[in-house]
Design a protein around this ligand. Sequence first.
Ligand SMILES: [Zn+2]
Length: 261
Amino acid sequence: MSHFENQEEEINHVNSLWEKEMSSRVITLLKQGSSLQEILDAEALKKPLVSPDTMKCSDGRCYTGLGSIYSAGGGMLATDEEFGDIIKKNPNLKILTSHDGCGASEILFAYYKDNNIPLPECVTTPAELAVWWAKDKAQKFGLEHQHISTEELNDIHHHELGIWVDGTGNLDPGLISGMPNVFTSELASVSKGKSFVKETEALTGIGLGKHGLDKFLDKNPFYIFICAKDEVEIERLIALVKEAVGKYGNKVAIKTAISPF
Ligand SMILES: [Zn+2]
């Protein structure tokens, strides 16, 4: 089922998405030569008073505002220890979401198949895996499961211009005015490294892949924004990001800033 009357309508829609994201305030400032640090420093940002209650996939289409934390597939690529650490860091967390069209579930599904890891009988597709995994994980960690349908996504098409890597777990991209749509990854705030590398590779693959804005990214980089508590942590995350996305060469641009909190 297509959400568009015809192909032309769909192409026009994707073109307008691209123009909207590329003309966002943050991208405009970066193109004018501002650093990410300058953009953050000019904002007098304040940490939200209430900590997030919902865990969502990094997919930029799941983003609907403050109040959530993000990892690919809602934590599908995180270890149990990392998942537990996210819950410890976010004491208000109550809801784990899955969503329609989840790229992370496709990656995990392929991993299970390639490694002959048995799946429950009820799981025969990546979409079924997304729901089963989130229900199972929610039950194990005492959370409630909710599913986000295609109609509830902020758009049918991917339109992320990059990844927001939040090494603090506190710096939601929505706090910065005029941010373009991005994948959000807060796994870096708890990950020792391996899962974060896998997640960054997966999200970049989606962003630069056939479902992303790839044809528009020929002349523009896919941004990886890294925010962390200090220079040492930024250097650690840069090294991990380079390990994850080295194969994409100059298609990827890394921008860094020390977080205000
Ligand atoms: Zn997803």
